[in-house]
Design a protein around this ligand. Structure first.
Ligand SMILES: Cc1ncc(COP(=O)(O)O)c(C=O)c1O
Length: 378
């Protein structure tokens, strides 16, 4: 009999989610919108502080709307972190715009401020000032926000923060998702909290939130009949999904604590293992929710020169999921013609890195199993 699968990151319900869903049924708020949508937005606004939040059908939808609200149009250029999931970049093409991908820096694995500045200078020299910058807080690790924000402010370029993986992370005591002109969150099934599918757009003010909701609900003009002067989208979160979100907000802090414990667990496990580094906060300014714990392996320094694929296969054999780091966008066939600025930090991370099981619902028995397989492998 094979052992039960240990997942990289699986949904973790707190127990109160069904209460919110039941109240939606009791009140017949099955249609989109309703008290759970309003309540979930209020919870997120209180959590993030001084922001207006619109809950949407996905993080991808939130990114798309942020680009539209930033005024991104056909043939514009948008600078985007290369080391990320494709959902960070795809919405650029939905707008008919062109991505320019930027390398990472080695400390946080996020967008490199030096390469970002170089790319902006190059684009301006070619009379094509970029319309927006998309920075990602990969695996929950905050990017170098002070430097990135200073660059965007200096050049007056819209900053969009992809905090899909970083709810609960902060930089210099400020929540990830609240630095940019826009922030986006994801409540996809594998995220730190989930609504089965869903996302949010974090806006600077109420007027921008209202505008995003207008676009997310088919851009209906004020009229008794259906009238439209603009193209709209069907991007709002349902009242049922928002009910799950309200329940999940009650356990967010517990989830963060559990994922941070998983990171400590791996740091301890690989403590004396030459050639292995666990991603950790570079200084005290950084606070990661450690959505996923990840390692990079220098196989020239490991015992017997093992590499990430050998470890991945050893875990897979024992029904434990692990996964290579995101394959950078500039190496993806679909973006093969897009420009890239930087060196080999992102491609080296992809070649040597592995994400390890990090869920907040992993039990002590799961941890023992993971530790036993890794120790045997080492
Ligand atoms: C970095 C990043 N950006 C964007 C997304 C898109 O979010 P969603 O799946 O909610 O559309 C995800 C996750 O799926 C992600 O990890």
């Amino acid at each position: 009999m094979s052992l039960e699968k240990i997942w990289l990151s699986s949904p973790h319900m707190g127990g109160k989610e069904l209460d919110f869903i039941h109240s939606a049924f009791d009140e017949n708020w099955i249609a989109p919108l309703g008290p759970n949508v309003i309540g979930f937005e209020k919870d997120l606004e209180e959590y993030l502080g001084d922001k207006s939040v619109a809950v949407l059908s996905s993080g991808t939808a939130a990114l798309h709307l942020s680009l539209i609200l930033a005024g991104v149009e056909r043939d514009d250029f948008v600078l985007c972190q290369s080391m990320t999931f494709s959902a960070s970049a795809n919405p650029i093409t939905y707008c008919g715009a062109n991505p320019i991908f930027i390398d990472s820096e080695p400390e946080t694995w996020n967008i490199c401020p030096l390469a970002l500045k170089q790319a902006i200078d190059f684009a301006i020299a070619n009379h094509k000032k970029p319309k927006a910058v998309i920075v990602v807080h990969l695996y929950g690790m905050p990017a170098k926000m002070q430097e990135i924000k200073t660059i965007c402010d200096t050049y007056n370029i819209t900053l969009i923060e992809d905090a899909a993986e970083a709810l609960g992370s902060s930089y210099a005591n400020q929540a990830c998702g609240t630095f940019g002109d826009f922030g986006i969150l994801s409540f996809n099934g594998n995220k730190i909290i989930t609504t089965s599918g869903g996302g949010a757009l974090v806006c600077k003010d109420r007027a921008t939130k209202e505008r995003s909701i207008f676009l997310a609900t088919q851009a209906r003009d004020v009229a008794p009949h259906y009238q439209h002067s603009e193209i709209g989208y069907n991007y709002r979160l349902s009242n049922i999904s928002a009910g799950i979100g309200r329940g999940q907000m009650l356990v967010l802090e517990e989830h963060i604590a559990a994922r941070r414990k998983m990171n400590e667990f791996y740091r301890e496990l690989f403590k004396n293992c030459s050639g292995v580094e666990v991603l950790k906060e570079p200084t005290e300014d950084y606070y990661s929710n450690h959505w996923l714990s990840a390692i990079v392996i220098d196989s020239t320094k490991t015992k017997g020169n093992w590499d990430k694929e050998e470890l991945r296969l050893a875990l897979e054999k024992e029904n434990i999921e692990s996964r290579p780091l995101w394959k950078p966008m500039h190496l993806q066939p679909v973006f093969k013609d897009a420009p890239f600025v930087g060196k080999t930090v992102a491609s080296d991370l992809f070649a040597t890195g592995l994400c390890l099981p990090s869920g907040s619902n992993l039990t002590d028995a799961d941890k023992l199993r993971i530790a036993a397989v890794i120790k045997k492998f080492l």
